[in-house]
Design a protein around this ligand. Structure first.
Ligand SMILES: Cc1ncc(COP(=O)(O)O)c(C=O)c1O
Length: 370
């Protein structure tokens, strides 16, 4: 029986390990471990390709969100609108600055924040909206920007999952006041560890984050004159990310072709595909998420056939113990969390792997359970 692991890292290493190891060894031998030319190169590349004035690399997407909120002065007096479905860090960044996350329902077709529900949840304390490009799905940027502007809110784009996605000729990472990326090992461009970036046109946010990642050290005077933590990216990880960026266009094409091939084969089954090609949209297929009734049954069936799966996400953010004091009313999100299922998907999947995954899903619906 074929075995399809959920992550492609082992397969990627098998193909590329000599290039990766020689790159890492050369960076370690250079003796420069942080704040070097590799970080600078990565920041220049990110700012250029995302058409933002500033890019600041930090230790993780989680820290990027936290530092952005700090830079905007968001604190215990404030509320931040945030979707009910995302990775935990999207919301805990808000509680980490002492503010209140206000959970907003999602559009069940694409799992993105439902702005009509967001509108209803605005209060006098609302200071920002944190929009998540979940699974690499993108909103109409202008609509979200107009929403933030007309309600006088900062707009933060959590583009952790959307590196390389585009809609209407605008890239994820270009929306609102400031955006963040994650380079964790599961992402399409990934560190062998953690990494993240803040990208923004706002020079004040950039200045704050640049100093904040280095314990508040003013790069001009050398004085510690503001809030800070230690959140730099290591030079070897920055070099690894630069190396991946060289071939990213090609990686993206492979992802898109393979995702299309898989989606074609399962699209007529009684399931919903959460990541779909829309008009003027080009995705990274960071996660290939479907939704169906009897999700747990399908999970067991796939696992029994040696296909590893995950669920992103099994519960709404406010259902996690750490956030339950911020419980909210999000009907669509709660319904969707019972149906979501993430299939294994990465560029190293062979055509036969994709056909095998599709075949097993067909078997589930056709032969066994319908
Ligand atoms: C939507 C979202 N936001 C934030 C993060 C946090 O990024 P990191 O893992 O780099 O801290 C992630 C990471 O998985 C994410 O998916």
């Amino acid at each position: 029986m074929k075995k399809i692991p959920f992550f492609g890292i082992t397969r990627m290493l098998k193909k590329q390990d000599s290039s990766i190891f020689s790159l890492l060894v050369s960076k370690i031998r250079s003796g420069v471990f942080v704040d070097g030319l590799n970080t600078l190169q990565l920041e220049e590349e990110l700012a250029k390709s995302y058409n933002r004035n500033n890019a600041i690399c930090v230790s993780s997407g989680t820290d990027a969100l936290f530092l952005v909120l700090k830079s905007l002065g968001i604190d215990k007096n404030d509320e931040v609108l945030v979707p009910a479905i995302s990775f935990i860090a999207t919301a805990t960044a808000i509680t980490r600055v002492g503010a209140k996350p206000v959970f907003v329902d999602i559009n069940p077709n694409n799992a993105l924040m439902d702005l009509s529900d967001a509108e209803k949840k605005i209060t006098a304390k609302t200071k920002a909206v944190m929009f998540v490009d979940l699974y690499g799905n993108l909103p109409d940027f202008e609509v979200v920007e107009d929403f933030a502007k007309s309600n006088n809110l900062f707009l933060i784009e959590d583009a952790a999952q959307a590196f390389g996605c585009e809609r209407n000729n605008r890239k994820a990472g270009s929306m609102g006041d400031v955006s963040i990326f994650s380079f964790d090992p599961t992402k399409p461009v990934s560190a062998f560890g953690t990494g993240g970036a803040v990208i923004t046109d706002n020079d004040d946010i950039a200045k704050f984050c640049r100093a904040a990642r280095q314990n508040g050290k003013n790069p001009k005077t050398g004085e510690y004159d503001q809030f800070g933590i230690n959140s730099r990216i290591s030079e070897s990880q920055a070099a690894l990310l630069n190396w991946q960026l060289e071939s990213f266009e090609n990686t993206l094409k492979i992802r898109q072709q393979k995702a299309k091939y898989l989606i074609e084969q399962i699209k007529n089954l009684p399931l919903q595909i959460l990541v779909i090609e829309q008009t003027n949209y080009s995705g990274n297929f960071h996660k290939l998420v479907i939704a169906c009734d009897n999700r747990d049954d399908l999970v067991r069936y796939l696992n029994k056939n040696s296909i590893e799966t995950h669920v992103h996400y099994r519960e709404c953010l406010y259902q996690h113990p750490v956030l339950k004091e911020f419980a909210s009313d999000c009907f669509n999100a709660e319904m969707l969390t019972h149906k979501l299922l993430t299939l294994p998907f990465y560029p190293e999947l062979e055509v036969e792997d994709i056909e095998y995954i599709a075949q097993i899903i067909h078997n589930y619906f056709n032969e066994i359970h319908v």
